[in-house]
Design a protein around this ligand. Structure first.
Ligand code: ATP
Ligand code: MG
Length: 511
């Protein structure tokens, strides 16, 4: 039976239908004839392992990728999308996993791009700022309107992108892992905005790897596996075990054994003494000690300064003063990334696109980038050896790809992150600094990475793990330092190392 849509009067109950969507890349099926529907006001989470086809699905809805077969309907009417502007015309707004932004424009200019306010052909800075401020205020989001996009942190750029999409007239909004780099406050804020939009009848499609937020937000959970829809569940009736089982295609195993043994042997692998830097936040006389065989977590909300400590250790920030002790020797702070690397310190940066990988080059080249000498001789790169090493790491980190000769840009987001991680682990650094290393990585592979790093620590490596994810902090750390406003405010270990304790320390108002 057909039902007239209450608002549009058209013959459909659904806002958007996808029918038999199929997409192949080379010989690989990214989407295998999937059907999908969303009703007005519905919040649907789409989840699945890295490479399951989530972003491909989102990109087809956005008009950025054309399906090989199948089609879309809006309010029951077939539509054809040849470009992103077609999707926008049909009220479909899309926030990509990898942000495309215009780095030299200001926040305000980014917000109003394509819809410049003008009077008599004149666009003034004042008018752009006023319009941008209006948009930001409408969604209760605080942004420095005049700042250049390139100067913002990733999370802030993401907020700009979200506000930009929300500012358009949308009937369906598609968000591809929008919270991967947001703090829990920012996520809550975003969820509040999304719930408000749903109440106005907007359909929200939300891709995420975080089951807690999926259950928090979604009415319905759609699970993709290897390009197929393998489950379509009512969120209120589903359990996370059930969802994980669908994702992995196997019963969810117990991923983590709680550790209570102390692996560190007391040898100091790395110490920071009296690191000081004036800025936001101020960091004054910051001191920490990392032992051999230890995974030391450094947890705090975004902006607490933990990422600055990581960047400072990697030689990426020039204005720290203080001392480093590395393998028993005192030495000045690294002044370049090369200097840090030469001293045996490995660093995994948080943002693969801007600083970690050469997107157009093959996976195997990216993986071996930092160990060139081991795959080259007299200036010649040994491709056979390069490939062998890459395939070994592909298996170790469960990187899903067709061939290690594929360019990194053709991998799914989570698999790109694994390549980045592999490229830094491959050189077997004695001291490893990880800055949000598992962002965008699915639960299965994440557990695999945790386990691998655990083994490295047990074999004597020293690992400093910077994260703003309380769950991960508690899972991976032998000992956890909690930061707030540029200072360590607590240390947790043993049974006291719980998410609740970590979050309480991190957010407690200064007495
Ligand atoms: N431009 C491309 N060229 C070749 N293969 C591609 C391209 N884009 C995606 N693929 C392949 O299609 C499959 C699905 O990728 P997709 O990006 O949709 O995964 P995903 O579910 O979003 O994963 P993630 O959680 O890692 O973001 C993957 O195997 C990926 O390698
Ligand atoms: Mg993706």
């Amino acid at each position: 039976m057909t039902i007239l849509h209450p608002v549009t009067g058209s013959e459909s109950q659904t806002l958007l239908d996808a029918i038999g969507l199929t997409k192949r890349y080379g010989g690989q099926v990214a989407l295998n004839a999937i059907d999908f529907s969303i009703a007005p006001g519905e919040l649907v989470a789409v989840i699945g392992e890295n490479g399951a086809g989530k972003s491909t699905f989102a990109k087809i809805l956005s008009g950025a990728v054309r399906p090989d077969a199948g089609g879309l309907r809006v309010h029951g009417k077939p539509i054809e999308l040849n470009a992103p502007r077609d999707a926008l015309r049909h009220g479909i707004s899309y926030i990509p996993q990898e942000l495309a932004y215009l780095p030299n424009l200001t926040v305000a200019e980014n917000l109003v791009v394509g819809r410049w306010p003008n009077r008599g052909g004149l666009t003034t800075r004042g008018r752009i700022h006023a319009e941008a401020r209006r948009i930001a205020a409408r969604f209760g989001i605080e942004l420095d309107i005049g700042a250049q996009i390139a100067q913002l942190r990733l999370a802030e750029r993401q907020l700009v992108e979200i506000v930009k999409a929300l500012a358009r007239d949308v009937s369906v909004i598609v968000l591809d892992e929008p919270t991967a780099s947001l703090t829990s406050d920012e996520s809550d804020n975003l969820f509040h905005v999304l719930r408000g939009l749903a109440q106005e009848g907007v359909g929200v499609i939300f891709i995420s790897h975080r089951l807690d937020e999926v259950f928090d937000l979604a009415d319905r959970i759609v699970v993709l596996r290897n390009g197929d829809v393998v489950a379509n569940l009512e969120a209120a009736k589903a359990t996370s075990q059930e969802v994980i089982a669908h994702m992995l295609g196997a019963a969810a195993e117990e991923y983590y054994e709680r550790r209570d043994r102390q692996t560190r042997d007391g040898t100091v692998a790395l110490a920071l003494r009296n690191w000081t830097r004036i800025g936001l936040p101020n960091i004054v006389n910051f001191t920490l000690t990392l032992h051999r065989g230890e995974v030391l977590g450094l947890f705090g909300p975004r902006g607490c300064g933990a990422d600055l400590i990581a960047d400072g250790l990697a030689g990426r920030i020039s204005d720290f003063v203080g001392e480093i002790e590395l393998a028993g020797q005192a030495r000045p702070i690294f002044r370049s990334t090369r200097e840090a690397r030469a001293a045996g310190l490995g660093y995994v940066p948080p943002e693969r696109k801007r600083e970690g990988l050469v997107m157009a080059l093959p996976v195997q080249t990216n993986l071996t980038l930092h160990v060139l000498s081991s795959v080259s001789r007299f200036g010649w790169i040994n491709r056979v050896r390069e490939r062998r090493i890459a395939e070994e790491w592909r298996d170790r980190l469960q990187i899903r790809l067709r061939s290690v000769r594929q360019p990194v840009e053709s991998l799914s987001g989570g698999n790109q992150q694994k390549v980045l991680l592999g490229s830094r682990l491959l050189s077997k650094p004695r001291v490893l600094v990880l800055n949000e290393p598992t962002r965008g990585v699915d639960v299965g592979a994440r557990a695999e990475i945790h386990r691998y790093l655990r083994n490295e620590a047990d074999a004597g490596a020293a690992i400093l793990w910077v994260t703003s994810d309380a769950e991960e902090a508690v899972l991976v750390s032998d000992r956890l330092l909690v930061m707030r406003d540029g200072a360590i405010v607590g240390e947790l270990s043993g049974p006291a190392m719980t998410q609740t304790n970590a979050l309480m320390l991190a957010t407690k108002e200064a007495a």
